[in-house]
Design a binder for this molecule. Structure first.
Ligand code: PMP
Ligand code: GLU
Length: 398
């Protein structure tokens, strides 16, 4: 057997994907597991988007390699979307389309990070940010927050975390896993700090843009002083229920786009041609299915928050975006079930899986070891059953 590389050894397995895998394994044994682990809409991709893909296949025009950064008509459609939804002016040369937003992020980190560079990551964070940074031998610098501040950082915390080695600040708003959404005023306060530190670039992960119950989405790139130092990352997975289609993109200064184009040309080439064509229809066609899905998620959020209130010693913020609840469950640490101790969130997630048959993800991978993440992108019926199971399983802990 070959020893794995130092590069791979620096990286942990994705906590979300590991839990989804465990729950699939139990389900394959015939156990009725309700999986609230993986963050993916349970809706089908809207019909008009699927139709566009079928047309693209039948046209015979999309059987060949696509340009590395994406077809020009798709990059134009992305520019149109950014103008329409975000009031941001970009040209196709600013856009790179990739195999999911995960690849967009990896492209940026690999293209710009050297050993010793620092990336500021407010915690809780999406599991892959620190791991991708470590892959590049760079250093994640965490800013910690608690449920009492809705897990949001302050401008003062940001200022304190910046050093001459800081290359990027990366965050998602709406946030995976907390569901928090930064307001324009909060972003303004970050901008004031960042204006004093012009060497820091921002990676603004806006993949949950359309799943926002707080009002209109705000991007930090809308602040004129930040536009040339912000890389907006977005994708089709969440708002358009297209996780499997693997389309993500960035809108970035031209030098960033060029670097990522070069890297992608050596790693994956242009992403799937048919999915790119379907994305043009998704972005420029009827947006109603996206709005309808958001409203369904809002109803489910309310349902889940109502059920969580009935579970003793669970403390949760009110998420205003994305489709996760991220309660603090640390009151259950130190209890045990039939002599087996529940030491931490990892143990609790495994306990809920094996005893409650509900898959959730430990907060450890998200930088919040006191929490556990449940996705509510599931049917109301499954959510009702799942949180009843969680309540019963927790009640058995002594
Ligand atoms: N960013 C965040 C915050 C996410 O939750 C995800 C989850 N998929 C991604 C990026 C990656 O998305 P994609 O499926 O487009 O790779
Ligand atoms: N982003 C989703 C999640 O957090 C999908 C899984 C992944 O790519 O990590 O569950």
């Amino acid at each position: 057997m070959l020893p794995t590389s130092d590069t791979l050894n620096r990286v942990s397995e994705s906590a979300t994907i590991k839990m989804a895998q465990l729950s699939r394994e139990l389900a394959a044994k015939g156990i009725n597991v309700i999986s609230l682990s993986l963050g993916e809409p349970d809706f089908q991709t809207p019909a008009h988007i699927k139709e566009a893909a079928k047309k693209a296949i039948d046209s015979g025009k999309y059987d060949s390699y696509s340009p590395i950064a994406g077809y020009l008509d798709l990059r134009q459609a992305i520019c149109e979307k950014l103008k329409r939804d975000n009031n941001l002016e970009y040209k196709p040369e600013n856009i790179v389309v990739s195999t999911g937003a995960k690849q967009s992020l990896a492209n940026i980190f690999i293209s710009f990070l050297n050993e010793g560079d620092e990336v500021i990551i407010p915690a809780p964070y999406w599991v892959s940010y620190p791991e991708q940074v470590k892959l590049c031998n760079a250093t994640p610098v965490y800013i910690s927050t608690t449920v009492d501040s809705e897990f949001k950082i302050t401008a003062a915390q940001l200022e304190q975390a910046i050093t001459p080695k800081t290359k990027f600040l990366v965050y998602s708003s709406p946030s995976n896993p907390t569901g928090s959404v930064y307001t324009r005023e909060e972003l303004q306060s970050f901008v004031e700090v960042l204006e004093r530190h012009p060497h820091v670039y921002v990676i603004s992960d806006e993949i949950y843009e359309h799943i926002n119950y707080a009002g209109k989405h705000v991007s930090i790139a809308e602040f004129p002083s930040m536009k040339d130092r912000t890389i907006v990352v977005n994708g089709q997975a969440k708002g358009y229920a297209m996780t499997g289609w693997r389309i993500g993109y960035m809108a970035a200064p031209v030098f960033v786009a060029k670097a990522c184009d070069k890297l992608q040309g050596q790693i994956t080439s242009g992403t799937n041609s048919v999915a790119q064509q379907a994305t043009i229809t998704a972005l420029l066609g009827d947006q109603q299915p996206t709005y309808d899905m958001r409203e369904a998620f809002r109803k489910r959020r309310d349902l889940v928050l109502g059920m969580l209130k009935d579970i003793p010693n669970v403390k949760c913020n009110i998420p205003t975006g994305a489709f996760y609840v991220f309660p603090d469950v640390s009151a259950y640490f130190g209890k045990d079930f039939n002599g087996s101790p529940i030491k931490d969130a990892d143990d609790l997630a495994l306990y809920l899986l094996h005893e409650g048959h509900v898959a959730a993800v430990s907060g450890n991978g998200f930088g919040a070891p006191e929490c556990i993440r449940f996705s509510y992108a599931a049917s109301e019926e499954n959510l009702k059953e799942a949180f009843t199971r969680v309540k019963n399983a927790l009640a058995k802990l002594a």
